[in-house]
Ligand binder design. Structure first.
Ligand code: PMT
Length: 320
């Protein structure tokens, strides 16, 4: 059967799976089966932006804006609420726990003494209080096998992984949450129009025509995960569009929630839009200065709504 151009089936038919796909698929399967056996809830957190290559041997690509803070911080809070977490992230974007020590922060916390052949590295006394709580949570999550990292770069890698994760998660039914915080490309260059080698400036300015990427929310909600608690995100730069577009997405895809956020204010304001209601979460100026994460109240609200929707107890002891 020939898939219609522009459909999600056609997208999968023309884009081959990534080279490490089968390894990731096995990891996803093992992770989901293990947590399913114990009756745990699992959340798939997608995080970071996807790229669209402009050459097969890629030197240039179109990127989607996202540092990965939303996804990395949210993964930590879901772990605190007892969820097992599949952290599906853009290669080299922020990750849970290590996000607290980006740049030179970690090295600045360490002291080094060299005495003869012996080198000793220690954590500076005033850094122990900063490092210890994060390190403890990191060790607990990893020793409990409560988090699985899988990485993508391009939009097609993202979709292949997303579908594989759904395949493994579908057995959990309503115990699965999909938290789609990644910034996913809406436009791409079809594979057969992408040159093999680096475009040469000597050939003149290239004309690049972008095509629409099919919205994967449609098959995801209708076919792959019909009983999961699906939360998508809506990113806008024009406030007037934000809530109408979030509502339009809910009407169209019929999933559980859209988290609406503006590019400029996304770290201190989000609006949780459900078919029944809309709830704003706003951090105060003081909370922002104190470094509070908006993902803490955001995830707490979602956990509560998820529990209400699948009729389960949210106060269960955390996994890690
Ligand atoms: O990472 P940070 O810097 O902390 O920033 C966080 C964030 C702003 C990236 C995050 O909060 C956010 O809003 N992520 C979603 C961005 C996005 O892709 O929005 P959109 O309006 O283009 O897409 C809406 C939804 O459709 C998304 O949940 C996406 O998963 C889905 N989608 C998008 C494109 C596509 N081809 N298929 C899809 O299913």
């Amino acid at each position: 059967m020939m898939e219609e151009e522009g459909s999600w089936e056609h997208f999968f038919a023309v884009h081959l799976p990534p080279t490490d796909f089968e390894d990731n698929r096995s990891l996803l399967k093992e992770f989901c089966e293990r947590h399913d056996r114990h009756g745990h809830k699992i959340v798939l957190v997608t995080s970071g932006g996807t790229t669209v290559p402009l050459e097969h041997n890629t030197v240039r690509f179109v990127d989607n804006f996202s540092a990965g803070k939303r996804g990395a911080a949210s993964a930590e809070y879901f772990l605190e609420h007892g969820y097992a977490v599949i952290f599906m992230h853009r290669q080299k974007s922020l990750e849970p726990f290590t996000r607290h020590f980006t740049g030179q922060k970690l090295l600045d916390m360490l002291d080094i003494q060299e005495r003869g052949p012996n080198t000793t590295i220690t954590v500076k006394p005033d850094s122990v209080d900063v490092l210890a709580p994060v390190l403890l949570r990191y060790k607990a999550a990893h020793s409990a096998g409560a988090i699985l990292h899988v990485a993508f770069t391009t939009v097609s890698e993202y979709f292949w992984l997303l579908r594989a994760a759904c395949e493994s998660l579908s057995a959990l039914g309503p115990r699965a949450v999909l938290y789609l915080a990644a910034a996913v490309s809406d436009f791409y260059v079809p594979k057969d129009r992408v040159p093999t080698h680096k475009m040469q400036s000597g050939s003149g300015a290239p004309v690049i025509q972008l095509h629409l990427v099919p919205k994967m929310l449609a098959p995801l909600v209708n076919l792959w995960m019909p009983s999961a608690y699906v939360v998508s995100f809506k990113l806008e730069t024009d406030e007037n569009l934000l809530i109408p577009k979030a509502r339009a997405a809910l009407d169209k895809y019929k999933h559980k929630m859209v988290v609406a956020n503006m590019l400029q204010t996304r770290h201190h304001r989000v609006v949780l839009v459900t078919p029944e209601s809309s709830q704003e979460i706003l951090l105060t100026r003081e909370e922002v200065h104190a470094g509070a994460d908006i993902e803490s109240p955001l995830v707490a609200s979602i956990v509560q709504l998820h529990a209400a929707s699948c009729g389960s107890d949210v106060t269960r002891a955390p996994l890690a």
